[in-house]
Structure formats: C-alpha cells, structure tokens
Design a protein around this ligand. Structure first.
Ligand code: TYM
Length: 328
C-alpha cells in the first residue's frame, strides 16, 4: 500500500520537545519510509490566528517553525514544506466542508470545550469552533490517508473521517479514510504539572531553541514525585516517568537500563544528567537552526518551490470537489 502523509503545527510559540517527540520525529521517519508516496508538512498559520497573536512578529514566528522543521531533518525535496495560507485551496475546501458539518459535531470536541473553559468564554469566536473543519480540509485537500500527530489530536482526526464520509455519501466517493500514526512520545507532559501536556508556555516545556543554561534550569525546577527511587511508574510517579520517557527517547537507552544506571542515585543526579542528554541532543539541531536563519533567502526559495508543488496537488482535488458538488 502507498501512503499519503500530511501533518502540521500551529506557529503559536516556540516548538517544544513534545512537538518534536510527538510529531516531527515521526514525520522524518515517514518521509524515509518506502511506503510513503507523498508527504506534506505545514505551518498552519491560519490556525495560529485563532488565538491571540502579534501581527508585527507573526511572519517571523511562522518562519521560525519552518526553520525548526528544516533543522530537525525534514527534507523539502522529499516532503514539501508549506505555509498553510500560501495554499488557499485549504481554506476553500474548509468552506465547502462547513456547509456539511453540523455545529453539534464541533461543540462536542474536547479541545473546544477546554478552550471555552480556559478563557471563560472570551474566545468564543467562529474560528475557535471551526478550527477542526480547516484541519480536515488541510488533510483531505491532498487526499492524505495517514496523519502523524500526538494523542491530543485524535478527536480531530475522527472528525476528519466523519466529514470525509459525509461528503462521499452526499456527493460521491472523493476522499479516503484517514488514520493517525502515533509516536512513542505522543503524550509528553508539562515539567510543572505532569497531568497536563507539555505546552508552549513558560517553564512547562523545553523549547527546541532554548539555550543550555535555560534547559538546565528548567529541568532542575521540574516537579518530581514523592519517594526516592528512579523508577518508571506513570500512575504513582507521573513526573519522574515523564522525565524518564524524555531521557529514553532522546538517548535511545531502554527505560530499564536507565533505571539500573540510576539505582541508588538521587533525583537531582538523574535530573542533572537528563539536562545534559537534552542539551547534547539539541546542539546539532540548534547549530543548523542558526545557520538557516542566516540564509533566509534560500529558505524562502525552498518554500516557494514546495508551495507550488502543493498547490498543484490541492488544485486537482478542488477541481474534482467542485465538479462533484456542481459548482463549476
Ligand atoms: P499543535 O500545534 O498544538 O501541535 C502540533 C503537534 O505536536 C503534538 N503535540 C504533542 N505531542 C506530544 N506531547 C505533547 N505535549 C504535545 N503537544 C503537542 C500535537 O499532537 C501535534 O501533532 N490542530 C493541530 C494542528 C493542525 C494539524 C492539521 C495537524 C492543523 N491542521 C492537519 C495535523 C494535520 C494543532 O493544534 O497542533
């Protein structure tokens, strides 16, 4: 079977280890998988404007995420890298999907409910509610069937399938079924409150571009659990288990081996070493990031070429969609 992959990240802050371990690491594996026929990775800048943003710095923020993708090892020759807003077929398909998506499907989504709770209703604008419809369009405009994302996006992929199925039923077979592909690091937790996912704010997460001292400081301040032993036990030691997962995924040492290595040692020994694992892992990434930021013209040229490829593919789907719904 051949797979068509699509995934994206919102440029709503600096990318963190959760984004890398839950998503980007898998994107790189998939771009090199012989079963991959097509892989497109996006900075979803129209999703990013559904929460507060600064118009003066927004395009720089978008570019920073593109640099993260390239520095992490996405090869734009294999996997076009795009800014969502530069392929307007995404929003065009989203509009068409809007006309077949019941509002009740959107109101029941956990991400929407959380947002409403978090902001005491302040962001109850159409964009927040409609966000997952644009996500469905991002995926289906390339007829993608495989989406590498972290755990938190599962409900959105279910919705994408419901929309695709409904469209096919109403207007004829057009879209494939979509599956998620989950990384081992699909649920990296906040360093401050390990019941929440790592996010883009404050000391909760480690940004891929944090300097070594900031990383050391954040890991030192990370909450730990009661007890002394370095053991993996997500139920009783959620904080430590999260740190062990990060250690394991970045060092590729088995968790059992790490537990043995730290038998009889303290949390602070473990944390000090974990900080060095993270710093060393991120060093080549950060060097590449710096080099790319001095060659923005070259990055802009990569984007232009990628976006042209993506537009060609998306335009073919839109042509078929318009024909199927009789708007042509
Ligand atoms: P976003 O920008 O919140 O997150 C981007 C990706 O990172 C994963 N992720 C995590 N994985 C593990 N642990 C964490 N703590 C963690 N935090 C974030 C997310 O699961 C995601 O894979 N709606 C999407 C963006 C989007 C999209 C798409 C994704 C728009 N269109 C089409 C896939 C396909 C979002 O807000 O992701």
């Amino acid at each position: 079977m051949s797979n068509k992959i699509f995934s994206g990240i919102r440029p709503s802050g600096k990318l963190h280890l959760g984004n890398y371990l839950g998503a980007i690491k898998n994107w790189i594996a998939l771009q090199n998988d012989p079963q991959t026929e097509q892989a497109i990775y996006a900075v979803v800048d129209y999703h990013g404007i559904t929460t507060p943003f600064d118009p003066k710095t927004y395009s720089k923020q978008v570019m920073d995420v593109i640099l993260d993708y390239l520095a992490a090892g996405i090869d734009p020759e294999k996997s076009p890298l795009i800014r969502q807003s530069h392929v307007p077929e995404h929003t065009e398909l989203a509009w068409i999907f809007n006309t077949i998506t019941p509002v009740s499907w959107l109101e029941r989504l956990p991400t929407y409910k959380e947002k409403i709770e978090e902001t005491q209703g302040k962001y109850t604008h159409m964009g927040i509610l409609d966000y997952p419809v644009l996500m469905a369009a991002d995926i289906l405009v390339y007829k993608s069937n495989l989406v590498p994302v972290g755990d938190d996006q599962k409900a959105h992929i279910d919705l994408t399938n419901e929309i695709g199925k409904k469209f096919n039923h109403m207007f004829g077979e057009t879209f494939p079924a979509v599956k998620t592909i989950k990384a081992e690091g699909a649920r990296i937790k906040s360093l401050q409150s390990p019941t929440k996912k790592m996010s883009k704010s404050g000391d909760e997460g480690i940004a891929l571009t944090d300097d070594p001292d900031t990383i050391r400081e954040k890991i030192k301040k990370a909450v730990t659990d009661s007890g002394k032993e370095i053991t993996f036990d997500p139920e009783n030691k959620p904080a430590l288990s999260n740190l062990l997962t990060i250690y394991h995924l970045l060092s590729e040492k088995e968790i059992k081996t790490i537990e043995k290595d730290y038998a009889g040692k303290s949390y602070s020994d473990f944390k000090a070493d974990l900080a060095e694992v993270v710093v060393n892992f991120l060093k080549p990434f950060q060097d590449k990031h710096r080099e790319l930021s001095n060659n923005l013209d070259q990055v802009e040229a990569i984007l232009k070429k990628s976006e042209e490829k993506a537009r060609n593919l998306a335009a073919q789907t839109l042509q078929e969609v318009r024909k199927n719904i009789g708007v042509n």
